[in-house]
Design a protein around this ligand. Structure first.
Ligand code: TYM
Length: 326
């Protein structure tokens, strides 16, 4: 089984990214051949300061290792170091329909009908499909927000295969967790926790200090009926806290809710602070050791070489099917 996934180097990597996607990356190292990318080409679909981008690329690489990804077992690399991503992306762009791309919710949210939205935003999901298909990936661990992009990837793969034969592209499956696939913003549990939300209180970043973690959780928006119960529709705030608690402690939300039956929101929040602080402590400690060390860049260079060897084979196969080159 081959696994592929990626994270954008945009800073503020948060517990939503971790609980929805990153912790799956680690677990899957025991199940298959894993390839994890830092998708810098995706990051420039919106303007980025170059030195910040460079620094965020290294932050994500250090976080990958800090959460337990082993650069010897898994391939860890930066997207732009493997030219095949952009090349396959063009081929797939020629197979994608403008109609299906216009229906992508992320594009609609980010462009908001703005005529001067970068065309890269429109083609973002095609590049993502290229990332996955370039490695013949079987499984793609991601959060719920990427579901539509995975569907498009599958549609493109099937479309290409219908034209050129089933041995052209591997049709991948998304892998979504039961708890944590959609972590909501702490200050507004009706929208997803995001790296770019203005309020720091909306998220807990993996590198936040303990005081910030405490403040964000204790201030998290809840409701006023005082009952601890998992009910996304009526009690989105408490349900989000239960789901974060469950995901960090490996327990079901019902089990956690049962434990706090009859208690106030305060005790649930207080214990969630402890669970979160304990879960993030070792990650932060390892991050601080790894980030300044030279091993980071060496690991990424080695990863790019190994990724490129696989990518070049798949790209040559696809180019051959399309009749490209001499
Ligand atoms: P990105 O960088 O926004 O997020 C990285 C991963 O975190 C998940 N995630 C969440 N999960 C649960 N709750 C949340 N609030 C939450 N926010 C984010 C995302 O689903 C993702 O798995 N398009 C991708 C990057 C990408 C990619 C790929 C992923 C590019 N090419 C190929 C997989 C395969 C993205 O923007 O992720």
């Amino acid at each position: 089984m081959r696994v592929f996934s990626g994270v954008q180097p945009t800073g503020n990597i948060h517990i939503g990214n971790y609980l929805g996607a990153l912790r799956q990356f680690v677990a899957l190292q025991d199940e298959g051949e894993c390839i994890y990318c830092i998708v810098d080409l995706h990051a420039i679909t919106l303007p980025k300061d170059p030195s910040e981008l460079r620094s965020h690329i290294l932050d994500v690489a250090a976080l990958y290792m800090a959460i337990g990804l082993d650069p010897k077992r898994s391939i860890l690399f930066v997207q732009s170091d493997v030219p095949g991503h952009a090349e396959l992306s063009w081929i797939l762009t020629c197979c994608a329909y403008t109609g299906e791309l216009s229906r992508m919710t992320q594009f609609k949210d980010k462009s908001r009908g703005n005529e001067s939205a970068p065309a890269g935003l429109f083609l973002y999901p095609v590049l993502m499909a290229a990332d996955i298909l370039l490695y013949d990936a079987d499984v793609v661990p991601v959060g719920q927000d990427q579901k539509q992009h995975i569907e498009l990837t599958r549609d493109l793969a099937v479309r290409v295969n219908n034209r050129f034969g089933d041995d052209t592209l591997v049709v991948p499956d998304g892998r979504f967790l039961k708890e944590g696939a959609r972590v909501m913003a702490l200050d507004d549990p009706t929208s997803k926790m995001s790296k770019s939300a203005e309020s720091e209180m909306s998220r807990i970043s993996l590198l936040d200090d303990d005081a910030k973690i405490k403040k964000a959780i204790m201030r998290a928006t809840t409701d006023s009926d005082g009952e601890i119960r998992y009910d996304i529709e009526r009690k989105p705030g408490i349900s989000n806290l239960l789901s974060i608690y469950g995901a960090f402690s490996g327990r079901s939300v019902d089990d956690v809710a049962a434990q706090y039956q009859g208690q106030g929101y305060g005790s649930l929040k207080k214990d969630l602070v402890e669970v979160t602080v304990d879960a993030l402590r070792p990650i932060k400690e390892r991050f601080c050791e790894i980030r300044p060390s030279g091993e980071l860049v060496d690991a990424l260079r080695d990863g790019a070489e190994r990724a490129n060897a696989i990518a070049a084979r798949v790209l040559a196969r696809v180019q051959g099917k399309f009749g490209l080159g001499v």
